[in-house]
Design a protein around this ligand. Structure first.
Ligand SMILES: *[C@@H]1O[C@H](CO)[C@@H](O)[C@H](O)[C@H]1NC(C)=O
Ligand SMILES: *[C@@H]1O[C@H](CO)[C@@H](O)[C@H](O)[C@H]1NC(C)=O
Ligand SMILES: *[C@@H]1O[C@H](CO)[C@@H](O)[C@H](O)[C@H]1NC(C)=O
Length: 248
């Protein structure tokens, strides 16, 4: 059996060698379906190998279909690109190496960039009574987050009272209250986001609700003063005319 495989390979090899082919060597290695598993802050290096064609045939690299700029000495077989460091935006990016003269000779790999949601630390939030309360936490992650929760003073936010609205759009999770009321809305809030590969991540918000201040209506005041001033000026001007006329 082994012998037969060997013979078959011997027959195939010369045939393969005569075919032009492009393939990508990568660190780390891709899975069989051409997906490279990586994380943010890591490095990925890709090398394009050309076989069965003149060594000086030019190669081009594309990232999601857009040309990657290469140095002149990096355009033949062995041409390499480095993604260093890998960032969130590289998630799902496809890198293609192809023959410049014939794009049907090409090879591609796709990055699967895993990352945790950016949720940590604490923030102080101060607002006045009757103003709206807006808190938000990041929930973007790969793989996707499995749960999101909001707590107030250590207990789950009760959506049936207090006018709380919680919304998740896949990028952020938001807690909203239209009109803040100190007795219901002041306290320590905490958002917790859980993803399959990251532990639960939390961020706290220390929310203080202050007394409502009477907002001084500055602009209408200025407009009012201008009108009063102009009226007075016009009155003086017309009065002055009458006086002036008397003296004629
Ligand atoms: C490009 O390569 C393909 C596959 O080998 C071949 O069929 C085609 O004729 C080539 N095109 C040109 C313009 O050389
Ligand atoms: C990307 O990697 C994650 C974590 O290993 C995995 O759950 C997910 O299925 C992968 N996605 C693709 C498209 O390979
Ligand atoms: C949360 O706790 C703080 C401090 O103990 C307290 O002042 C506040 O009223 C509490 N908030 C609610 C909504 O119970």
């Amino acid at each position: 059996m082994k012998l037969m495989v060997g013979i078959t390979l011997l027959f195939l090899l010369p045939f393969c060698a005569s075919q032009t082919s492009v393939h990508i060597d990568s660190t780390p290695k891709p899975s069989t379906d051409g997906v490279i598993q990586t994380t943010t802050q890591s490095n990925v290096s890709l090398v394009c190998i050309l076989t069965g064609a003149p060594k000086d045939e030019e190669l081009v690299w594309l990232r999601n279909g857009a040309m990657v700029k290469l140095n002149d000495e990096n355009k033949q077989s062995g041409s390499s690109v480095c993604i260093s460091p890998v960032i969130q935006k590289d998630e799902g990016a496809t890198f293609t190496c192809q023959l410049k003269s014939n794009s049907s000779h090409s090879a591609s790999v796709t990055l699967n960039v895993t990352y945790c949601p950016d949720v940590s630390g604490s923030e102080e939030v101060t607002l006045e009574e009757e103003e709206s309360l807006n808190l938000q936490c990041d929930m973007k992650a790969n793989p996707l987050v499995t749960s999101v929760s909001w707590k107030l003073n250590g207990t789950m936010v009760d959506l049936s009272t207090g006018g709380f609205i919680i919304s998740n759009d896949g990028i952020n999770t938001k807690l909203y209250v239209k009109k803040a009321d100190r007795s219901m809305h002041e306290g320590e809030y905490q958002c917790t986001v859980t993803s399959p590969i990251c532990e639960s991540l939390s961020k706290t918000f220390q929310v203080t609700v202050t007394d409502k201040t009477i907002k001084f209506p500055l602009m209408p005041m200025i407009a009012g003063l201008v009108v009063v001033g102009l009226t007075a000026l016009l009155a003086i001007v017309s009065r002055w005319r009458m006086i002036a006329r008397c003296f004629k």
